[in-house]
Write a protein that binds this ligand. Structure first.
Ligand code: F6P
Ligand code: MG
Length: 444
């Protein structure tokens, strides 16, 4: 497993540089919220102090604290904080410290701690990352219009696509949704809107086509075509532009009657800065309408929104959430054996799906247990027990962390060398740059 003191790992810089930046930004957003809306002075101060305490604890590398009895009680019985306590209590010595322990677990714990501090001070409906998510979406106009226009045009076509055309369209929408993940706010903390825009749109995608290092999409297509009246589940990642690209994929799947139903799985709480919560859907509708008001492509934007809302109201498109996605467990626990934290129920549901698409980097880390796999390890080995769970897994991931599997032999070595030649000190960090991607499928 990757640890925060592995100097060759992206975790090393993440906990020392990125987390403090994200937390400082969060502190400013709390202060801004307290002046815009009515909150008691005391609650604002306590939340700010709580965030400062985390910043201090990280800087001085103290051992992780468990959640208190009061916090457990205040947050309610179902929210899996006990699991975090169990794990923390089991971490010995340096393993329990902020800058030395297991990266993935501590990263999840960090966002849970932030959530607890905010909610136990009465700000139960406040999404600390909402402003950032919405602002970035509003800055994605170019990419948004391009996709809406293509959808508008297609909705007017009367000819039925051939099987081959359908396959090509499927590949295109998967591509759009895959690279939509390149605009993740936790990584782009310092990026300008121009930087972000350059990652969106057809041109950027076609330039990146040789950056997909392994591609199991044909197998996923076969499974999709063999199913009748199926259901696709998408375990979402980020709100904003990525969510919009996931909606474009959903529209394609339902418009072309490839499946009967598409279900989006969201997070129950603010998560890893940009992740999607159910309430972000209504905000997206609002933002699209605002964007349309000043757009020369108003009709296309509004048509996109009404098509989505139509499927939503008919129940063919659903948004659900589950505590499991913001728990501390990896996805090997999506299993009948996991009876305490919801793994069993989710397993039952997801194993009936035609395809379960896991979006983004964090989901990929949880699929592979964030273990230090040799990067040519077959995907079905790297996902452990999940490979035999009956859940049809399709991972769409731009690589933004160390773990990776399924690469052809020699590819990792080649990219390590290339990355060093490009002037980077640690070659292995090519895999955390967000410039390459993997599309991996497994079904038992
Ligand atoms: O801090 C690292 C991380 O958890 C990585 O997995 C990734 O860099 C980012 O945060 C989240 O990325 P994504 O939104 O694609 O899951
Ligand atoms: Mg994310």
């Amino acid at each position: 497993m990757y640890h925060n003191n592995d100097t060759q790992s992206f975790g090393f810089a993440t906990c020392r540089e990125r987390w403090p930046k994200i937390l400082s930004q969060a502190k400013s957003d709390v202060l801004a919220e307290s002046t815009e809306n009515e909150h008691s002075k005391q609650s604002t101060e306590t939340i700010v102090k709580g965030i400062e305490q985390i910043l201090d604890d990280i800087a001085s590398d103290v051992p992780l604290r468990t959640f208190t009895k009061d916090e457990l009680q205040a947050m309610g019985p179902d929210n899996q904080l006990e699991f975090f306590n169990e794990v923390i209590e089991g971490l010995a010595g340096d393993e329990r410290k902020w800058l030395k322990g297991p990266w993935l677990f501590i990263e999840c714990y960090l966002y849970r701690l932030l959530d607890v501090i905010i909610k136990t001070n009465g700000w139960t409906q406040f999404d600390i990352f909402e402003r950032l998510k919405r602002e970035t979406f509003m800055g994605s106009r170019g990419g948004v219009e391009e996709i809406a226009l293509a959808h508008y045009k297609r909705s007017k076509e009367t000819s039925v696509p051939t099987e081959e055309q359908m396959k090509l369209l499927f590949e295109e929408f998967i591509d759009i949704s895959l690279w939509g993940n390149a605009t993740d706010l936790s990584l782009l903390a310092n990026a300008t809107l121009e930087d972000i825009q350059s990652l969106q749109g057809a041109k950027a995608r076609s330039a990146a086509s040789d950056k997909i290092l392994c591609n199991d999409l044909p197998k996923a297509w076969e499974r999709l075509r063999a199913a009748k009246d199926g259901r696709i589940d998408i375990v979402l990642d980020n709100a904003g532009f990525e969510f919009y690209t996931d909606l474009a994929l959903m529209l394609f799947l339902l418009d072309s009657e490839l499946v009967k139903e598409v279900v989006f799985h969201c997070k129950c709480r603010p998560w890893m800065v940009s992740d999607t919560m159910i309430k972000d859907y209504a905000l997206w509708v609002e933002d699209m309408k605002t964007m349309a008001e000043t757009s020369s492509n108003k009709d296309a934007l509004l048509h996109f929104v009404s098509s989505v809302e139509d499927y939503h109201s008919k129940g063919q498109f659903k948004l659900v959430d589950d505590e499991f996605w913001t728990g501390g467990m990896d996805y090997w626990n999506l299993s009948p054996k996991e009876t305490k934290y919801g793994g069993k129920q989710l397993h039952e549901y997801l194993s009936q799906s035609t395809l379960v698409i896991f979006k983004g980097d964090l989901n990929y880390r949880k699929l592979t247990g964030d273990r230090m796999w040799d990067r040519s390890t077959p995907f079905n080995v790297a996902i452990g027990d999940l490979a035999h769970s009956g859940i049809p897994v399709l991972a769409l991931r731009t690589c933004k962390a160390d773990v990776c599997a399924g690469l052809p032999k020699g590819k990792d070595e080649e990219l390590c060398k290339l990355w060093e030649e490009m002037g980077h000190e640690v070659g292995a960090l090519w895999c955390s740059s967000g410039k390459w991607a993997v599309v991996s499928f497994n079904c038992s």
